[in-house]
Design a protein around this ligand. Structure first.
Ligand SMILES: [Zn+2]
Length: 54
C-alpha cells in the first residue's frame, strides 16, 4: 500500500483528554491543553476575537 502522505507510526500520542474541558487537546509533553489552556494558565483560554456570531 502506498499513500502520498507519510504518517508517523507508533503509539505515541501527542494529545490526551483534557480533564477540564473534556476535549482531546491536552498536550502530554507540554502539559498544556490546546483548547482551554489548562496547565499553562489558571485562567481559561480565551481570546477576544472569539465571538459567537449568528
Ligand atoms: Zn482543556
Amino acid at each position: 500500500m502506498t499513500k502520498g502522505t507519510p504518517s508517523k507510526k507508533g503509539g505515541k500520542r501527542t494529545h490526551t483528554i483534557c480533564r477540564r474541558c473534556g476535549k482531546h487537546a491536552f498536550h502530554i509533553q507540554k502539559r498544556i491543553c490546546a483548547s482551554c489552556g489548562f496547565g499553562n494558565t489558571k485562567k481559561i483560554r480565551h481570546y477576544n476575537w472569539i465571538k459567537n456570531r449568528t
